[in-house]
Design a protein around this ligand. Structure first.
Ligand code: DGY
Length: 320
């Protein structure tokens, strides 16, 4: 049995695959494969372990309908045509749960960095501009006692809310289709309409998945319904906010700041105006990038491969 792996993954996952006597082919070039290349490699393999965001669309899936499993090294699966995979009976695996804490840490640090202009101030030191300290200049905002709004309170949103409640005593609002009873009980979170979330949040953190319904949701009209003092945080997917509208909203003072771990496109160009704004912090999609979390993701992804190759139900499967 052979698995094709699209990017280097941590040793913990490779070790499990070797122990299961699965032959590994790793793509080691530092660029994404084209669909044609991916099809070419997968022809001679029975499993694909996709790390990164290769498009697993209908063209690929139909050409590789022999695959027994496609295992993603991510919780997000917006890069996969799941209905097509289901039609072709290809199970798709992902890695939920293990990256919730690390991703929430990233959202939390972006929030704190924006509130205190940390990235901008760091850049000023690098530019030799640490001059005479002016008590009225470069002031941030306190987060203590403010209101956090979570759009999409699942595992990662819960961890972000828990941190904000514990550290800053923040009031938690959230907008979900259904109730999150644990968050309501443990954190006093209040479920509100989308409009109430926009109007009531001092920090609005996005934790929903990218779907045709959520794509481009945060646009000019939506930013205008937020507080002019609000901070927008996105650690989910860049496609959920409309980037030119976000830039305009920040330039015009429609909202106060933004912290992004995800952009659209990725990578972000080095001359993007967001990178030179005072109240903005941008990270290069490192939400889950800790040694422990990436090893746990590799382990889950390997377990999904092993189960798929054995014809068993994947431990974490996204097909309905
Ligand atoms: C995920 O797991 O979906 C992260 O965003 C990494 O892609």
């Amino acid at each position: 049995m052979k698995v094709f792996i699209t990017r280097r993954i941590p040793e913990a996952g490779l070790q499990l695959l070797r122990e299961a006597s699965i032959e590994i082919t790793e793509w080691t070039e530092k660029r994404d494969l084209t669909t044609a290349e991916l099809i070419g490699y997968c022809k001679s393999h029975q499993a694909l372990l996709s790390a990164g965001h290769n498009r697993i669309g209908v063209e690929f899936l139909e050409a590789c309908a022999h695959l027994r499993v496609v295992s993603l090294h991510s919780v997000g699966y917006d890069n996969v045509d799941v209905p097509a995979a289901t039609r072709l009976r290809i199970p798709i695996g992902n890695t939920p749960g293990v990256l919730s804490g690390a991703t929430a840490d990233t959202a939390f640090l972006l929030m704190a960095a924006v509130a205190r202009k940390a990235i901008y101030m760091h850049k000023k030191i690098l530019q030799g501009a640490w001059g005479f300290s002016d008590p009225t200049a470069d002031l941030g905002i306190d987060l203590n006692g403010k209101t956090l709004g979570i759009w999409g309170l699942g595992k990662i949103g819960y961890e972000m809310a828990r941190r904000c409640r514990a550290v800053y005593g923040m009031r938690i609002l959230y907008h979900n289709r259904g109730h999150n009873e644990e968050a309501e009980r443990a954190l006093g979170a209040v479920r509100v309409s989308f409009d109430e979330l926009l109007a009531g949040s001092d920090v609005l953190s996005v934790h929903t998945s990218l779907t045709p319904e959520t794509a481009g949701t945060f646009n000019a009209g939506v930013f205008r319904r937020m507080k002019p003092t609000a901070i927008f945080i996105n650690t989910a997917r860049g496609g959920i906010h409309h980037e030119p509208d976000l830039i305009a909203a920040l330039q015009q003072g429609v909202i106060w700041g933004a912290g992004l771990d995800v952009t659209n496109p990725e990578p972000m160009a080095a001359d993007n105006p967001l990178l030179s704004m005072e109240n903005v912090a941008v990270l290069p999609h490192i939400g889950s990038a800790t040694q422990e979390t990436r090893s746990a993701m590799a382990t889950l992804a390997a377990r999904n491969v092993i189960a798929g190759l054995r014809g068993e139900r994947l431990p974490n499967v996204v097909n309905p």
